[in-house]
Write a protein that binds this ligand. Structure first.
Ligand SMILES: Cc1ncc(COP(=O)(O)O)c(C=O)c1O
Length: 392
């Protein structure tokens, strides 16, 4: 039938996070801890760079791979900060955010029935990308509260059909940042079994307490086997600009550029110029934002741990908290819905990140300290009304 939709689109669902955002918009006076984006404005020098570029007439298509000067700057950044030596000509592609980098990657390397192992709890969009490429998602369930990469469980998931392992480092929603040791073990398995690693590093700069973020592509023998995805969205508070990049070997890059050109052609040149400024100007603005996230993390974790039935560790990275709410006696979806309606605090139920996210809520600390403390106050009052708590 002409009006029926493709099996491809029917294989995926609208992200549960998107659905919740739409619901929150309809309720007044909500403190939104559900958002997956910084609350800060894009730093002014980056905005000015875009304005200047538009005034100078950078208003036409660019090469699909991105402006050469931006790719050069990304290559320098990768070498200096990530210890990855990538050729801007053949191995770096500027994309419409991390989203288009991920979409293009899955479309390039995954064939129907290829298995893709994803750590769980995980950002729900990976599931959609995998299914759209015809691949089969295989969930590697990691354990609370720290969610380390569990090598023995990983070994059990590897089959002859394993094409790729996806790691999100630092991790949304758990805030885990993988150590060099954990990455080395994953690297040795990738080499032994011949699978690729997709390293989504969009939160790389948001790390605390002297935690070092390592890129798996920097480990011996891993450059050829890793596809590294990054973005300007979270680091520079540029979510609405839609600009990111992907680094991979020459063969995969050729495929990624082909898919990206069909999907979106290229990224706006003025925004590429702005991204160039973001990368090359002093990065005090990033440090300032990370300092604020840390302060917010510390006060919110302390306040949350004061609520009976709720336990929260200090995450090493990202702007998310992932408290354990099992003590409140409700499934996370039910709890998040009641909290939204009765306490006017929006969170994301842990179940949105897969079955192993159950018993948790994701709370974003990308609101002011004042709002965070008010949100915790509201949660505390709400928790007192729960039947499971009242008789304790
Ligand atoms: C883990 C992860 N990867 C990638 C993205 C994509 O971000 P963007 O397309 O804005 O770069 C997000 C956005 O929320 C994310 O959380």
């Amino acid at each position: 039938m002409a009006e029926s939709l493709s099996t491809r689109v029917n294989s995926i669902e609208t992200s549960p996070i998107r659905k919740l955002i739409d619901m929150v918009d309809k309720i007044p006076n909500v403190i939104g801890l559900h958002a997956g984006e910084p609350d800060f404005d894009t730093p002014m020098h980056i905005i000015e760079a875009a304005k200047k570029a538009l005034n100078e007439g950078h208003t036409h298509y660019t090469h699909t791979a991105g402006l050469p000067e931006l790719r050069e700057a990304i290559a320098e950044k990768l070498l200096k900060e990530n210890n990855i030596k990538a050729d801007p000509e053949t191995e770096i592609t500027v994309t419409v955010g991390g989203f288009a980098a991920l979409f293009s990657t899955f479309q390039t390397v995954i064939n129907p029935a290829d298995e893709v192992i994803v750590t769980e709890p995980s950002w729900p969009s990976y599931e959609g990308f995998i299914k759209l490429s015809g691949g089969i998602p295989v969930h590697l369930q990691l354990k609370a509260p720290d969610y380390p990469l569990d090598v023995n469980s990983l070994k059990e998931k590897i089959t002859e059909h394993t094409k790729m392992v996806v790691i999100n480092n630092p991790n949304n929603p758990t805030g885990a940042v993988y150590s060099k040791k954990e990455l080395k073990v994953l690297a040795s398995l990738a080499k032994k079994h011949g699978f690729l690693v997709l390293a989504d590093e969009v939160y790389e700069k948001i790390v605390f307490d002297n935690t070092h973020h390592y890129s798996i592509a920097s480990l011996t023998g891993m450059k050829e086997k890793t596809i590294t995805v990054n973005s300007f969205s979270k680091t520079y508070a540029m979510t609405g600009w839609r600009i990111g990049y992907v680094v991979s070997n020459e063969k995969i890059t050729t495929g990624i550029r082909r898919i990206h050109s069909y999907a979106v052609s290229c990224v706006s040149p003025a925004f590429q110029k702005a991204a160039l400024t973001a990368l090359t100007a002093p990065n005090d603005c990033v440090q300032q934002m990370v300092r604020k996230y840390k302060e917010r993390r510390d006060i919110t974790v302390e306040a949350l741990n004061d609520i009976p039935g709720l336990q929260c560790i200090k995450p090493k990275g990202t702007f998310y908290l992932f408290p354990d709410v099992q003590g409140l006696g409700l499934p996370s979806a039910n709890l998040a819905e009641q909290m939204l309606k009765k306490a006017k605090v929006a969170t994301i139920p842990g179940s949105a990140f897969g079955p192993s996210g159950e018993g948790h809520l994701r709370m974003s600390i990308s609101v002011s300290k004042k709002d965070l403390l008010e949100a915790v106050k509201r949660i505390k009052s709400f928790v007192r009304t729960l039947p499971s708590r009242r008789d304790r």
